[in-house]
Every structure is written in C-alpha cells, then in structure tokens.
Unconditional design. Sequence first.
Length: 106
Amino acid sequence: MYRSDELEPAFSEPWQAELFAVTHTLASGGHFSWADWTKHLAAALKSANDTGAPEDGSNYYDTWLEAFEDFLIMRGLADVDRLVVLKSAWIDAYLATPHGEAVELD
C-alpha cells in the first residue's frame, strides 16, 4: 500500500494540469468525445516515439499539447492563425512577468 506522500505527482508542471483540465472540460462539454481524443493522442505519441522521442516519457505533455492543438484545428474548434497570435502573446507576457508572479494576458 502506498502513502500519498510516496506517489509521484500526476503533473510535474502546473501547465500540464491546466492542459488536462481544458481537454477534459471540452470533452465533457460535448465538443468532442474522450474516445476520439485518446485515439488522436495515441497516434501522436506513437508518431513521437517512432521519430525518436525520449524513452523516459518526458515529452508526454509536450506531445499532448501539440496533438491537442492539431485536434482542435481538425475539429474546427481552433484556428491556426489565432493560435499563432495567442502563443506569441503568451511568450511576450511570460517574458515581461517578474519571476514568481502569475502570467496574465491583456
């Protein structure tokens, strides 16, 4: 039996938990089925592994994010150009935010 303090955390970074939550919320809201998402994610993980991804799983959530963006675009729930603008805004906000403070978009 494991004590809770002996288990590894499910997410090593807050953004990973947020990504999981957004994915789950959209699926729960009926925007897509969890089964369709997991098929897409599985294919993305296989492709990453086939092209030399680290074997330790350290790229799991990076692959999840890339697959999620692709999945949303395929489903018409996101737009490539808008994602580019949003990513750029997040990078700018991150670089302008003092260490330890929350990153906020205008």
